[in-house]
Design a protein around this ligand. Structure first.
Ligand SMILES: Cc1cc2nc3c(=O)[nH]c(=O)nc-3n(C[C@H](O)[C@H](O)[C@H](O)COP(=O)(O)O)c2cc1C
Length: 330
């Protein structure tokens, strides 16, 4: 039984962000550029620009794209990196984003500035303790990120993390689920866990409008969830060591298999190995350079347009939700 048209799913997150569907684009460094954000906005979701480590020229250029498109948008930053160049937050706030998303590191010192500028504060967190800290500091929306996620994260699985945070905060803040969600089953399940929306990264990476390299997108389509690995190998190899407890999930490749578990040895040979790694990144050699992606790769087999991703996810979620509610009624 397919529900046509899909049932509208209205939640505190759709209301707070003024969007049609409870789906957010993750602020993926280098992948979530202005074009991808505009496509997500046009499809009825919420696009968040991947401000990443904070490259000013890139940020200004992509904010210009959003200005020209008159898109509604958010800007995401890696919080510990933003702390080294806080003026980037002013550059983003000048463009009147609907929201700023802060991930990885304490958001406390930035929240007042964001609220003062009239933007919604979204904090991505990986534990109950971090959720409580961000909520107490005034975050408006919390993104609970499970270990399944692509990119940096920690160790908690999503299925317990979301309801535990929902219970802990007693519904005071809307929770968005992130990590491993790529289809309507994931959206329906997240809503059942108490989330008010989902944030997807890897699914949008393998979309037509994303700034990812075509060969990386093709690797995502042919991988299974077993082919990803959470490690620090690629961060060591690109001289980008993160603070504890963060590790990064990427597709396994020859380089990760060679060095996983041998990180100390990799550090010893870093001059040689990092030069090899940098050359591989330049050449798009993904046997050495990492494709950053999450376990949801196993659910992704094509490279559709963003509009088709939305249609597929919303159709499937609303069909599942109404199928289950009609089962319960009979
Ligand atoms: C390629 C890639 C790059 C990412 N870069 C960032 C980033 O710069 N900042 C951030 O907050 N999260 C980043 N993330 C993590 C996402 O915010 C999100 O937690 C993750 O994509 C959710 O899991 P999923 O990939 O299974 O959808 C990245 C994820 C991917 C796949």
């Amino acid at each position: 039984m397919r529900v046509d048209p899909p049932i509208p799913i209205t939640t505190p997150v759709t209301q707070l962000l003024g969007i049609t569907h409870p789906i957010l684009l993750a602020p993926m460094d280098l992948v979530s550029d202005g074009r991808l954000v505009v496509a997500v906005d046009a499809a009825g979701g919420f696009g968040i620009l991947g401000g990443g480590y904070g490259e000013e020229k890139w940020l200004v250029r992509e904010l210009d794209v959003l200005d020209r498109a008159k898109a509604r948008f958010g800007v995401g930053f890696i919080t510990w990196s933003l702390a080294k160049q806080p003026r980037l937050l002013d550059i983003a706030l000048e463009r009147k984003p609907v929201a700023i998303m802060l991930s990885f590191g304490s958001p406390v010192s930035f929240i007042d500035r964001i609220k003062h500028a009239g933007a919604v504060v979204i904090c991505q967190i990986q534990s109950v303790a971090l959720a409580k800290e961000a909520a107490a500091a005034g975050a408006d929306i919390l993104v609970a990120q499970g270990a399944e996620a692509g990119g940096h994260g920690v160790t908690r699985g999503l299925v317990t993390l979301v309801p535990e945070i929902v219970d802990e905060l007693e519904g005071r803040k809307p929770i968005v689920a992130a990590g491993g969600i790529a289809d309507g089953r994931g959206l329906a399940a997240a809503l059942m866990l108490g989330a008010a929306g989902v944030l997807m990264g890897t699914r949008f990476y393998a979309s037509q409008e994303s700034a990812g390299v075509q060969r990386a997108k093709e690797r995502i389509c042919s991988a299974t969830g077993d082919d990803t690995l959470r490690s620090i190998v690629f961060d060591i190899s690109r001289h980008n060591v993160w603070p504890a407890p963060f590790t990064g999930r990427c597709l396994r490749n020859a380089h990760a298999d060679r060095w996983f578990g041998l990180e100390v040895e990799l550090m010893r040979r870093l001059d040689q190995e990092s030069a090899k790694y940098a050359a591989a990144r330049e050449a798009g050699d993904f046997d050495i350079a990492a494709v950053i992606a999450g376990e949801s790769v196993g659910l992704i087999h094509d490279i559709p347009s963003v509009r088709d991703v939305f249609e597929g996810v919303m159709d499937e979620a609303s069909t599942l939700l109404s199928r289950w509610s009609s089962k319960l009624e009979t």
